[in-house]
Write a protein that binds this ligand. Structure first.
Ligand code: ZN
Ligand code: ZN
Length: 411
């Protein structure tokens, strides 16, 4: 299967063959390349090149900088992602229009196309039907899937709610013109019209802002599946991480999000960085959003608890525990008495411990042990004489070690 895949990779193009041979950008895990999405590449290359030119050669005016940052936040994906992909809240009609225009201004495809792919990503996470399958490597999930044609197909999902939505349909049909106006023309010319900064408008508000917008969103599919912890479920790749939350406008608590995708929050604690969550909650106060969906805290705690138990179990399995009580021989009291005459044996909680070699090291003194041979010391061990520490309790557990060797169990 792998050989077939590699042959296909070599047949695709000399560039793909070279990249595959040297595993450039981890491309051995890429699907077979069938061509290049030239339009996507042109948009990505043009916006980043103009933005870079501006950063190197164009003076940054304060008004333009503020406008660019504000426009960046305006283009956030509160609509594409949390409203349309996950239906995690309801928005008033004017806000729906605003969110569809704002989403288009990020120049990342129509809402219908974007949300359908995103639903597929959630439904088939980390599989061949996942359009951003993390097994294909960081580069592919970040930008490779946008740049290259391949045989991969996103798994089918139900998007009938979106197909019936008149506004979503309108945005999908008119996407090109909406994106050109709101994503390119308006941010590029407003700084020129308002304070005469034509170059700043083109380089910063349009190109650099769009580049940041692209990579911020791309990071959700790439970095947010590589970097961080899995506090709710570690069977898939999504991870929680503050750095990726900052990079992605709060989408970086991705482990939480994949567990509770219908929740309007990506991070359920109020102080965790998630400006999109704050934006949606603030609009609820003025009546523009409603029915914000929150997964019950108790269910979230259950997931976190189950994950903690799993981690502890893994840790437990890595520790060299001693034999189980059920594996030990069961002996009569008389046998215990007889044996304790030849070596120092004490009984604690029904288990006989050979403490002959431990006598001189016993913190409570050797006499206490030598005079206790053949006796049930359970109550003394658990506080009658001295309440032993946790480590003493652990050491007490039947062991094959040189000091404590529990050979028999008494009934
Ligand atoms: Zn994801
Ligand atoms: Zn999502």
């Amino acid at each position: 299967m792998r050989g077939h895949h590699e042959d296909a990779q070599r047949r695709s193009s000399p560039v793909a063959s070279f990249a595959h041979k040297h595993n450039l950008l981890g491309c051995r895990s890429w699907p077979t390349i069938r061509g290049v999405h030239w339009f996507n590449c042109a948009v990505l290359a043009a916006s980043s090149s103009i933005g870079l030119y501006g950063a190197l050669y164009v003076h940054v005016r304060r008004e333009t900088a503020v406008f660019s940052v504000a426009y960046f936040f305006f283009s956030m994906i509160a609509g594409y992602h949390r409203l349309y992909s996950h239906r995690s809240y309801q928005a008033a009609y004017p806000l729906q229009i605003f969110l569809l225009l704002a989403g288009a201004s990020a120049v990342q495809g129509s809402c219908l196309w974007w949300a359908r792919l995103h639903r597929s990503h959630h439904r088939y996470t980390d599989t061949e039907k996942d359009p951003y399958n993390s097994n294909r490597g960081l580069f592919w999930t970040h930008i490779g899937w946008m740049m290259f044609r391949s045989d991969t197909r996103a798994g089918g999902v139900d998007a009938t709610d979106l197909q019936k939505d008149e506004l979503v349909k309108w945005q999908h049909e008119q996407y090109l013109w909406i994106a050109v106006f709101w994503g390119i023309v308006l941010p590029a010319v407003l700084p020129g019209l308002l304070w005469g900064d034509w170059m700043g408008g083109l380089c910063f508000a349009c190109a650099a802002r769009m580049t940041m917008e692209h990579h911020s969103t791309f990071c959700i599919n790439s970095v947010a599946h590589y970097l961080g912890d899995a506090p709710y479920d570690d069977r898939h790749t999504p991870r929680d991480n503050l750095a990726s939350a900052i990079l992605t406008m709060g989408e970086g608590y991705h482990n939480f999000h994949h567990q509770f995708p219908m929740d309007y929050r990506n991070a359920f604690r109020w102080y965790q960085y998630d400006p999109t969550k704050w934006f949606i909650a603030a609009l609820e106060c003025v009546g523009l959003t409603r029915q914000l969906r929150r997964f019950p805290s108790n269910e979230i705690r259950k997931s976190a608890f189950a994950m903690s138990v799993k981690r502890l179990k893994k840790e437990q399995d890595g520790i060299g525990w001693e034999v189980r009580g059920s594996d030990l021989e069961v002996v009569e009291w008389a046998v215990f008495q007889e044996e304790s005459k030849t070596r120092i044996l004490i009984l604690v909680s029904g288990f006989v411990h050979d403490v002959t070699d431990f006598v001189d090291e016993h913190p409570g003194g050797s006499a206490l042990l030598t005079t206790s041979s053949g006796k049930d010391m359970t109550s003394a061990f658990f506080g009658g004489v001295y309440e032993h520490s946790n480590s003493a309790h652990n050491v007490r557990i039947p062991t094959h070690g040189p000091r404590f060797f529990c050979s028999v169990r008494w009934i």
